[in-house]
Ligand binder design. Structure first.
Ligand SMILES: NC(=O)c1ccc[n+]([C@@H]2O[C@H](COP(=O)([O-])OP(=O)(O)OC[C@H]3O[C@@H](n4cnc5c(N)ncnc54)[C@H](OP(=O)(O)O)[C@@H]3O)[C@@H](O)[C@H]2O)c1
Length: 234
């Protein structure tokens, strides 16, 4: 894998992904809103920028041309199908064999087998309802976007992030197929490590057609799980 594209590169997750990708030697294209391009000044000519909306098909088509992998930040902004428009543009425009990795949160479920705490259910219901009322966020559109990805036969991975915090990297997060699995109980990942996992997924074929829910490697639940695994006789 040589050249990749980051859709939504100017956000917090996007910038961390750019740093990890560059340090691994990838050539990096990026798409961000024109008014956000200044946030990427520190990268200089180390990235090739395609300013435009992430749901603009012409912009996405130009940006992903010749890319072996595409990392997409799926954000449910506004009420104009922004997330589903972005996902659709990437699925339709990326090179046929490109690895496509998308970000979202634990609230997205692939098979309905995730077990959510009452707290998480309440946050999604209250936050989702209020945000839609003020026309800021449309969580249902992020669900439409991921359902479209799950139904696609492209080489996709949907990475589902836990609650996030800033801070130094703790290494590659651990993952599980279902929210509610004990290893995920701590529900906390460093944002830089979320980005690390997204970049890692580009080359981990075991993650193709998976929707891993991730948690920080140094979190209590991940450490507890590792201790138990180590104490099981071979
Ligand atoms: N925040 C959390 O606690 C959390 C938890 C779990 C999973 N996640 C997932 O992590 C990913 C990144 O989330 P994040 O919270 O860390 O945010 P982020 O990385 O800062 O990304 C936000 C993205 O949305 C864009 N954006 C912001 N306002 C917009 C608007 N009005 N119209 C169009 N685009 C807009 C930003 O572009 P600009 O640079 O142009 O503003 C940026 O590309 C998402 O997929 C999210 O679902 C987040």
């Amino acid at each position: 894998m040589k050249r990749i594209c980051i859709i939504g590169i100017s956000g917090k997750l996007g910038q961390y992904m750019a740093e990890h990708a560059l340090s691994l030697g990838y050539e990096v294209n990026g798409v961000c809103r024109p008014e956000s391009a200044h946030k990427l000044a520190r990268f200089g000519d180390r990235i090739k920028l395609f300013p435009g909306s992430t749901d603009s098909r012409p912009t996405i088509a130009r940006a992903v041309q010749g890319c072996d992998g595409v990392l997409t930040v799926l954000a449910p902004w506004g009420i104009n199908n922004y997330a589903s428009g972005t996902a659709c543009a990437v699925l339709d425009s990326a090179e046929p064999d490109a690895r496509l990795v998308f970000s979202c949160g634990w609230h997205i479920t692939r098979d309905g087998k995730d077990r959510y705490s009452l707290k998480l259910k309440a946050i999604v219901a209250i936050f989702g309802g209020l945000a839609r009322l003020v026309r800021a966020v449309d969580v249902k559109d992020q669900i439409r976007a991921t359902n479209m990805i799950f139904a696609s036969d492209r080489l996709w991975t949907v990475v589902r992030g836990s609650d996030l915090e800033e801070g130094e990297s703790q290494g590659l997060p651990v993952w599980s197929r279902h929210v509610g699995d004990p290893v995920l109980a701590s529900n906390l990942t460093r944002r830089t490590d979320f980005a690390l996992f997204m970049v890692h997924a580009l080359t981990d074929d075991r993650l193709i057609h998976e929707a891993p829910a991730i948690v920080g490697r140094a979190s209590a639940s991940a450490r507890n799980h590792a201790d138990r695994a180590a104490s099981v006789p071979a």
